[in-house]
Design a protein around this ligand. Structure first.
Ligand code: PXG
Length: 406
């Protein structure tokens, strides 16, 4: 799982450790307020403007992905306020999406158990959710292509229901991670892009998991061909060696903020922390030098995909899906239907435990099991990973038969 979807370059990267040490020796901290900055923060901004899609040339630093999404919410509201449309304040998100653990992050996310814990007022006002593009679980009789379109069009229905003049933005993960590795049908993102264009609303790509090569492109939005106005990131930005997140702001938005807005009263003590930025710079230098993203796209992802899809033949597996170095299997009682185990999650938990015993870290969301290996995994390690998945599936099947699940 690359730790928690973040250790993209793997453990033991001396260059990253040295970068932190060097920077902490030279200048462990200075703030990013009052027109100040530090060399690593400036250098990182320069690199980020290069590696992100062309509309992005400005970054706000944060300490995490949650803070990046929280900041995005403030900037979206400020943008429409400056354009004298302050009533445009509704953000549309998706059920079962994950956008973090702050109040804004949990509200933007679509995890109902998290919403319930927000107390009597629930999610922040002005945040609404539409259904997710999870074909295996919710596609019914539709083909994936039909279902992708239908789920994307829920955005249009929601906009019409709220009133187009009130909708500020739409946020989504290119591939939902924590929600169970939901890879949308190919028809989904183009239709979402058509709708956000039609209504002129801002589009936020939450790239906290998909960013930095995970899908085989630098960013998930490039894999799916969308053109976001904000791009939030964290995790692989520093390969997890030090905490850092950020928010790319497109020229469309920054022009308004800069020209009309004056100072935006925002920032965290640790925004652009020099040591974290120095590590991120070293991390992205390695990405470029070792052609990490290209290698995922042209070599590792295709190698994983052919082997991963073979898992669909296993009696316990209802679907084996993957994109880039993200891959999931659905455990089901009956391969001929897309019905789940009842109650859900127990077989998945058993599979997870079995994997751990067999030396494989796999994440389970209910009965969906998934991996997000480091982007430097070798072919031999992919082979080893697959043989451990198969062995764990076989052992879980034996257990499930004995326990009456099958
Ligand atoms: N957006 C996405 C898409 C994420 O995956 C965040 C925002 C929040 O980032 P921070 O850095 O504030 O955690 C995340 C984080 C899981 C799991 O269960 C995933 C995350 C965090 C905790 C657990 O897979 N992703």
């Amino acid at each position: 799982m690359s730790g928690l979807w973040c250790v993209a370059l793997g453990y033991g990267r001396k260059e990253l450790i040295d970068a932190a040490h060097r920077q902490m020796t030279e200048l462990p901290y200075y703030n990013s307020f009052f027109q100040s900055s530090t060399p690593p923060a400036i250098e990182l901004a320069r690199i980020l403007a290069e590696v992100t899609p062309p509309q992005f040339n400005q970054v706000f630093y944060t300490g995490s992905g949650s803070e990046a999404n929280d900041t995005m919410l403030r900037l979206v509201r400020r943008y429409w306020q400056l354009l004298e449309q302050p009533h445009r304040n509704v953000i549309v998100s998706r059920w079962n999406g994950y956008h973090g653990s702050t109040v804004a992050g949990a509200s933007l996310g679509g995890m109902k158990p998290m919403h319930e814990q927000l107390g009597p007022d629930g999610v922040l006002p002005g945040i609404v959710h539409i259904n997710q593009p999870y074909w295996f679980g919710e596609g019914g009789d539709m083909t994936p292509a039909e279902f992708g379109l239908a789920r994307a069009r829920e955005l249009e229905q929601k906009i019409e229901e709220i009133g187009p003049e009130r909708v500020a933005a739409f946020i989504g993960e290119p591939v939902q991670g924590a929600g169970g590795l939901v890879i949308p049908p190919d028809t989904y993102w183009p239709e979402i892009q058509r709708i956000v264009d039609k209504y002129g609303i801002l589009f936020v790509s939450d790239e906290v998991i998909c960013g930095f090569g995970r899908t085989g492109q630098w960013f998930g939005c490039e894999h799916y061909g969308t053109r976001p106005d904000f791009l939030t990131m964290a995790k692989a930005l520093s390969s997890g060696y030090l905490p850092i997140g950020g928010l790319m702001v497109s020229d469309r938005v920054s022009r308004v903020l800069v020209e009309k807005g004056g100072e935006f009263f925002h920032g965290f003590t640790y925004s652009g922390h020099p040591a974290a930025c120095a590590v991120a710079v070293a991390n992205l230098e390695i990405f470029r030098r070792e052609h990490i993203v290209e290698r995922v796209r042209t070599d590792l992802a295709p190698y994983l995909a052919t082997r991963w899809r073979d898992l669909a033949a296993h009696p316990l597996v209802g679907e084996a899906r993957c994109v880039g170095l993200l891959a999931a299997i659905e455990l089901v009682p009956d391969k001929s239907s897309r019905r789940f185990f009842e109650p859900r999650g127990e077989v998945g938990m058993k599979m997870r435990e079995t994997c751990t015993r067999n030396g494989l870290v796999m994440r389970a969301t209910r009965d969906t099991l998934f991996i997000a290996p480091p982007l430097v995994i070798s072919h031999a390690e992919i082979d080893e990973l697959l043989s451990k998945v198969v062995r764990s599936l076989d052992e879980t099947t034996v257990w499930a038969r004995a326990e009456g699940w099958l």
